[in-house]
Design a protein around this ligand. Structure first.
Ligand code: BYC
Length: 315
């Protein structure tokens, strides 16, 4: 069959809403784009454990500490589902981690900002997980089976993460003047990075048109960002937080909260490795990945032993 014919058949499977599974024929560019996005997503989940991990030992109560620990573990689990989904496309985890350490694979820009106070933990859960849910609910409908199924499980957990973050913010906003100030300060620092999570405007997005043609992305960066803004502005107002955007206004015609301009210079600086914590995040990952090598060796040796026992037990 000619390449053109194969592409046509593939596109018609996508257009008919069929899921593409790992063993199915697929264009190289589809596999490449999926790998790029899924590995970026997996690395985001794992690097995203760091800013929150910064507060485990300083959580203000045992309840808060237990919730935070459970959330961070969930993020690690999300990374594992996603690395597995990427591995089904013929790459192994060591190679993906190697690309991350070499600066060849990205992770979400938002995790390159520091967590300065306990309110930042509330802001991450509410805003960062809130933005992730909007994006991932869309990705659960994507054309690649393993990615879409991983998203279904992840979104269920993200719903809990978002609510625990909002609970922290709501409690602080009904507390003392100092607590309110702390919550507002976290809102001021995390609002814009959360909007940047959705990527560049549609007109500037490099991969969107191809990704949308193949239903790797089902909705555009701007559309998802707008959905997040509409939801979150109302939630902020409900607990008395001010959205740090003097140009923010409600448009009666479109029924959208319209935001002021995003600082794209800052965004590109951060995704190109020059954000406030890029260096720190990467050094931390490299150090603990190396130190954890013996755990991976032991797990591999155990799996090989199990396999040997299984092989010989047949006879
Ligand atoms: N950050 O053509 P575009 C979580 C890059 S973790 C960094 O629009 P695309 C959590 C983009 O990669 C879950 N890079 O790209 C964990 C591309 O560069 P390359 C976080 C970004 O792929 C712990 C270039 O810019 N969610 O929830 O069509 C605690 C052009 O962009 C970003 C994800 O990881 C960015 N924000 O669309 C709490 C989402 N934006 O690859 C919470 C998964 C753009 O050509 N990823 N770039 O070098 C996606 O959904 C899509 O990749 C994006 C970008 C919407 C981000």
């Amino acid at each position: 069959m000619s390449d053109e014919m194969m592409l046509k058949q593939f596109q018609s499977r996508i257009d008919n809403g069929e899921k593409i599974e790992p063993g199915d024929p697929m264009p190289d560019a589809y596999r490449k784009t999926l790998l790029r996005q899924i590995s970026q997503h997996a690395h985001s989940e794992v690097i995203g454990m760091q800013p929150e991990g910064n507060w485990v030992l300083r959580a203000p109560s045992l309840r808060a500490k237990k919730i935070l620990l459970a959330k961070i573990q969930d993020e690690g689990g999300h990374g594992l589902y996603l690395y597995s989904a990427a591995e089904s496309l013929g790459i192994d985890r060591d190679e993906m981690i190697g690309q991350l350490h070499a600066g060849k694979a990205k992770y979400s820009s938002v995790f390159n900002y520091p967590t300065l106070t306990w309110a930042d933990i509330g802001a991450i859960g509410w805003l960062v997980d809130g933005a992730a849910i909007v994006n991932q609910t869309m990705l659960a409908k994507c054309s690649f089976g393993p990615y879409s199924r991983a998203m279904l499980r992840i979104c269920k957990e993200e719903g809990f993460h978002q609510r625990q973050g909002y609970e922290i913010m709501a409690r602080m906003m009904s507390g003392t003047a100092a607590q309110k100030e702390m919550a507002q300060d976290a809102m001021n620092r995390w609002w814009w990075p959360s909007l940047m999570m959705f990527g560049p405007h549609d007109t500037e997005s490099v991969h969107s048109s191809e990704s949308m043609k193949w239903k790797i992305k089902v909705e555009s960066n701007d559309r998802l960002r707008q959905r997040f803004i509409n939801r979150t502005v109302e939630q902020a107002h409900h607990i008395g937080l001010i959205v740090p955007d003097p140009l923010l206004k409600y448009n009666d015609q479109t029924m959208n909260w319209e935001a002021g301009p995003i600082n794209w210079e800052e965004f590109y600086k951060v995704i190109n490795g020059d954000g406030p914590c890029n260096h720190k995040r990467m050094l931390h990952h490299i150090k603990y990945h190396r130190e954890g090598g013996w755990v991976r060796d032991a797990a591999r040796a155990f799996a090989e032993k199990q396999q040997e026992t299984a092989d010989t037990s047949i006879y």
